[in-house]
Write a protein that binds this ligand. Structure first.
Ligand code: DX5
Length: 225
């Protein structure tokens, strides 16, 4: 199956709802109202080892794709992502992000690319940006965690804005069209700060799905970023 193309919008950061904060009883109820406003959706996969939480398996990819009619980005917060890449690719994820701190992260990036998908590398807040350097030639996306991975609804870590800025400069220097994603505690205020720092993809969970009108939230956000 040809992986879905991720449309990077021109002139603004991509808005990427995180399914972690959606209504698991009925994903359609959460995602259908915003499917024309979001650029793609992200599924946060957690294994209870790499992070102290458990979330979904590959089945969530098809569910999120069907509920949103959008491409799906799988953020693997798992100790051994190499064990799951084939399953998430087969489930239809078009972009798979592994953590630089996970086992065999470099080999996983190569495997994701070999499958014809977009490959992302994520950094915990405490992991230095230089950990992406060995993989720059292969990466399609760098994910800067702006919270400690594991749970939605946490407060944005403003000290990560410097890392976003440095990542933007690194990408510019590399001359490659690598996307820069900020993930964690993104709301109307922090979205603007992250975009101004150079993020061109913003993962939004609790601020979006806890808002009274998620569609209005995204429409307003688009005007700001
Ligand atoms: C943390 C998750 C969250 C999620 C976004 O491991 O990766 O960052 O996607 O959740 P909010 O927007 O609620 O911080």
């Amino acid at each position: 199956m040809k992986p879905p193309f991720f449309p990077l919008p021109s002139g603004r950061a991509a808005l990427v709802p995180s399914v972690l904060a959606a209504d698991f009883v009925c994903l359609k109820r959460s995602l259908a109202p915003i499917k024309k406003l979001a650029d793609w959706v992200q599924v946060d996969v957690m294994d209870g080892h790499f992070v102290p939480n458990l979330s979904f398996g590959p089945g969530i990819v098809a569910a999120a794709a069907s509920a949103s009619s959008l491409p799906v980005d799988a953020h693997l917060m798992v100790e051994e992502p190499g064990r799951f890449i084939d399953a998430f690719a087969a489930a239809g994820a078009g972009l798979i992000t592994v953590h630089a701190e996970a086992k065999l992260a470099g080999a996983c990036v190569k495997k994701i690319k070999a499958l014809g998908l977009r490959a992302g590398l994520a950094l915990r807040p405490g992991t230095p940006l230089k950990r992406v350097l060995p993989h720059l030639e292969e990466l399609d996306l760098i994910l800067i965690m702006t919270v400690e991975p594991g749970f939605g609804g946490q407060a944005f870590m403003p000290e990560m804005l410097g890392k976003v800025k440095a990542a933007r400069a690194l990408i510019a220097k590399s001359g490659r069209g690598i996307w820069l994603q900020a993930d964690g505690g993104i709301n109307a205020l922090t979205a603007e700060a992250a975009a101004l720092s150079g993020a061109d993809s913003l993962v939004i969970g609790s601020a979006l799905f806890s808002s009274r009108n998620p569609a209005a939230f995204l429409r307003a956000l688009k005007k700001k970023i």
